[in-house]
Design a binder for this molecule. Structure first.
Ligand code: DHB
Length: 300
């Protein structure tokens, strides 16, 4: 049996590392490529009901410690994403990320993604800057409960909720997901942030605000998973600043049954192979016979 096998509820993965939503996941071919390069699953780009072009440039800034972006949820719309799903789901486990502005819209997108062959759906309740979407709904406990229960009443595939770090009530939001029947919590999405050009005396991003990702986020994400593990019983998926097997191990020991890698893929397409190898070596050396045995180890 593979040492790296893990379960998120009843979804079994051969490897615990997933491609996070928003990178190398816009086309069926790019998702297939990431599965071949060692990802245990791929989360799709967040897809909505209709096509969106996204924000004009500048929409992306690189820092020494991560990236700041406000792409504006660009996507082809659910109808045109079907062909990509048909290609991707043949290659491996695909988790469909969706964004919407009402519980009903979330459930109809989830229903389509289930038909397209998604193994689970990830609700984007955490985009930090899009008006009417993301954190505007994802920090309202009652709204989160309503969204998750509406989607749960519609689809049979597992329902995950991706939460924001831009809140002091993360555990309450996590509980709302759990109480509504959610199958797992994914934490964290990007942190709301901005950058200003002194020369132009104006914000750099055309949208002014964006989401910060990359290594700077890791200690915040690890703390979020640790807190959620103390508050919840449902499985957790850790994401934020993972660049190496050590970073992945931190999230697992904080309480995550699986993890996602985003920004680090941009500088190293082979990151999953390296993380898989490193994790396996560590587990052998320290006597962990399964990922499950490592999950939450830092709490004991
Ligand atoms: C965007 C969406 C996100 O969920 C996020 O965390 C950052 C940016 C976007 O499409 O702009």
């Amino acid at each position: 049996m593979s040492l790296l096998r893990t379960c998120i509820g009843n979804l079994e993965l051969e490897r615990p590392g997933m491609v996070a939503s928003g990178i190398m996941d816009e086309t069926g071919d790019s998702m297939m490529r990431m599965i071949k390069l060692g990802a245990g699953a791929v989360v799709t780009k967040s897809v909505g009901s209709v096509k969106r072009d996204g924000h004009v440039n500048p929409s992306f800034i690189e820092f020494p410690f991560g990236y700041l972006n406000a792409m504006g949820l660009p996507n082809p719309g659910i109808d045109d994403f079907k062909d990509e799903m048909m290609i991707a789901t043949k290659a491996g486990t695909i988790i469909a990320s969706v964004f919407a502005s009402s519980p009903k819209e979330f459930s109809s997108l989830a229903e389509r993604m289930e038909i397209f062959g998604a193994s689970a759906v990830e609700l984007n309740l955490s985009c930090p800057h899009a008006k009417g979407y993301g954190i505007e709904m994802g920090t309202d406990v009652k709204m989160v409960h309503k969204i998750v229960s509406t989607v749960k009443n519609t689809v049979k595939i597992p329902v995950y909720a991706k939460l924001t770090p831009n809140t002091h009530i993360l555990a309450d939001i996590g509980k709302a997901v759990q109480d509504a029947g959610g199958d797992a919590v994914v934490a964290i999405n990007t942190l709301k942030a901005m950058s200003i050009s002194p020369e132009f005396a104006m914000p750099v991003l055309s949208n002014r605000f964006g989401g910060l990702s990359g290594p700077a986020l890791r200690p915040i994400g690890v703390r979020a998973i640790y807190d959620l593990r103390s508050a919840l019983e449902i499985p957790l998926i850790g994401v934020g600043g993972i660049c190496s097997w050590r970073d992945a191990a931190e999230y697992i020991m904080a309480g995550a049954s699986a993890f996602q890698v985003g920004s680090a893929i941009a500088s190293d397409i082979n990151i999953f192979k390296k993380i898989n190898k490193g994790l396996e070596c560590f587990m052998k050396e320290f006597g962990y016979s399964s990922i499950e045995k490592m999950v939450g180890a830092a709490h004991e």
